[in-house]
Write a protein that binds this ligand. Structure first.
Ligand SMILES: Nc1nc2c([nH]c(=O)n2[C@@H]2O[C@H](COP(=O)(O)OP(=O)(O)OP(=O)(O)O)[C@@H](O)[C@H]2O)c(=O)[nH]1
Length: 143
């Protein structure tokens, strides 16, 4: 079967938006070998059995970027049906972490004010307008 049925159990995914004091956020580009290679996303990955969503977030940031997340607030949830999977994305915003991002999976990454990298994963596209709104509320200027 190549298409996940709409009733197929959703896969929980923990996703983190690292936000610098000036409002810039970190995006990564999916490496070769993963579905949607070359697409840009906020770093994260699937929650493993028996793991909390926050623990999954912390694990993925260590594995992919060598970053230790110290704290993060749940921000929003998005459910999306891809041809390969039905995903439930749990987005967090973190302003407190240790370390500089490293490309541990060979992926590119970029700090962005107004997000301009393309293409973005489909389920992540609405987040950009919501982030711009948040940035406006927090009075970050676009660049
Ligand atoms: N990390 C992340 N995943 C996203 C975003 N948007 C989005 O649709 N996804 C989807 O969420 C799922 C994440 O799975 P993944 O393959 O990256 O997870 P993983 O790192 O645990 O992969 P692995 O199974 O190769 O270890 C994918 O289906 C991906 O398309 C996003 O902004 N960030």
């Amino acid at each position: 079967m190549t298409q996940a049925s709409p009733n197929h159990a959703a896969i929980d995914v923990a996703v983190g938006i690292l936000m610098q004091p000036n409002g810039d956020v970190l995006l990564g580009q999916r490496p070769t070998g993963k579905p949607y290679a070359g697409y840009w996303e906020f770093p994260g990955g699937k929650v493993e059995l028996g793991e909390s969503i926050f623990d999954a977030l912390k694990r993925e940031f260590v594995e992919e970027l060598g970053i230790e997340i110290l704290s993060a607030e749940p921000w929003c949830g998005v459910q999306h049906q891809y041809p390969h999977a039905n995903v439930r994305l749990h987005f967090f915003i973190s302003r407190e972490w240790h370390g500089e991002p490293q490309s541990l999976e060979g992926q590119a990454f970029a700090w962005q004010g107004s997000v301009r990298v393309e293409p973005l994963l489909e389920a992540t596209i609405p987040l950009i307008a919501w982030l711009d709104q948040l940035r406006d509320e927090l009075r970050f200027t676009s660049n």
